[in-house]
Design a protein around this ligand. Structure first.
Ligand SMILES: [Zn+2]
Length: 375
């Protein structure tokens, strides 16, 4: 989908028209590199736009496009063809212009994550009249180096795998025979018509990558199951003291790997996964992370010498919403009128919290969604 957003991104791009790396790496290596990244998660256009002080133009509310079979039949993979435009740039542009450019997709993906524009429960204007009432449409943004490209396709593949699970679809590569659940925009042009674009093939080829490689990556994540399949990590229950085990970790801190904001209050554990007497770290605290470690099958982040917090308090996990949901603050008061929609995944952090007798999951610092909306 070529469009005028290039103008928008021009200011940033003039100074950094970096040539893409010339080394073509084996595609299998790109998938291996991709898998080393963790999923950066899904945010919603409404949230992104609210941060920018921009009103959300709800495409699906204005044009509810019903799928011909009542639900999506697969996903079309696109590439924006817009160098230096991030998912956030695209979100802002399409929110403003869709009614002028007659174009809209369900999600933009880049190295930093996924921005879902509207619920995949309804169709969009992504790949012509034949495909629009059949498929979910996902756009990958362009990156400027191989490491970022691998992060982008990794986020793309995980999101697409989640969509397949969400609608009870199985991975089936449609690129060669025009039948299946994973399409490129090019395959839509070839087998269904109504459009003539050939993305994302050209952009993938630039990195020595192909739709077949991407399909393999989707299949890999699909086979791991949905995020909801993983047992929830609740912090309501404190791990009981365990018999002392010999210490393995050196008492020297490794190099810090990141600074992350804690979204859920967190107990501090020792290297054996036993809660310490140290004060609880409060939501909103910035933590220096020195790596992660699995202790008794639970993932922890190291925050100091022999100090760990349960990773889900920082990294969260995606849960599908079964009902439309409002956002509440720490006093149980509704925050604004923005709604999160049924069918979407929301990242929740740590265990349930009780506010005035009701149970919530934290979704951000001082933002909570009722647990009942995820049942
Ligand atoms: Zn396209």
């Amino acid at each position: 989908m070529k469009k005028l957003i290039a103008v928008l991104a021009l200011g940033a791009s003039i100074a950094t028209v970096a040539a893409p790396e010339t080394t073509i790496v084996q595609a299998s290596t790109i998938n291996d590199t991709a898998k080393q990244n963790s999923f950066s998660g899904v945010t919603y256009a409404e949230q992104v736009l609210a941060q920018e002080g921009i009103k959300y133009n709800d495409f699906s509310a204005a044009n509810p496009i019903n799928y011909r079979n009542g639900k999506p039949e697969g996903v079309v993979i696109h590439e924006t063809a817009t160098p230096n435009a991030t998912a956030r740039n695209e979100c802002i542009y399409f929110n403003r212009e869709w009614m002028n450019i007659y174009s809209y997709v369900h999600a933009f993906v880049d190295k930093t994550g996924v921005i879902q524009m509207t619920s995949p429960d309804y169709g969009v204007w992504g790949a012509g009249p034949v495909a629009n009432n059949r498929f979910v449409q996902v756009e990958l943004c362009e990156e400027n180096n191989l490491a970022d490209f691998a992060k982008g396709v990794n986020n793309d593949a995980i999101y697409v795998a989640q969509i397949l699970h969400q609608y009870n679809l199985v991975p089936d590569n449609a690129v060669h025979d025009g039948k299946g659940t994973i399409w490129s925009h090019h395959a839509v042009s070839t087998f269904l018509g109504g459009t003539d674009h050939t993305d994302p093939d050209g952009y993938f080829a630039k990195w020595g990558y192909s739709m077949d490689d991407f399909f393999d990556l989707v299949k890999y994540y699909y086979d791991q199951g949905t995020p909801a399949d993983n047992a929830p990590v609740d912090n309501d229950t404190v791990t009981p003291p365990a018999p002392a085990a010999p210490a393995k970790k050196p008492a020297v801190l490794p190099k810090p790997v990141a600074t992350k904001v804690l979204i859920h209050n967190a107990l501090v554990y020792d290297e054996n996964g036993v809660a310490t007497d140290l004060p609880t770290k409060k939501a909103g605290t910035k933590l220096t992370i020195y790596g992660n470690q699995t202790i008794k099958k639970r993932k922890y982040l190291q925050i100091g010498v022999n100090q760990y917090v349960v990773a889900s308090n920082v990294e969260g996990k995606l849960r599908p919403l079964s009902h439309n949901a409002y956002i509440y603050d720490g006093k149980g008061k509704r925050v604004g009128m923005n709604k999160l929609y049924r069918g979407n995944y929301v990242r929740t952090y740590g265990g349930r919290v009780k506010i005035k007798g009701r149970k919530y999951y934290p979704i951000d610092v001082n933002q909570f969604v009722k647990v009942g909306n995820f049942k």
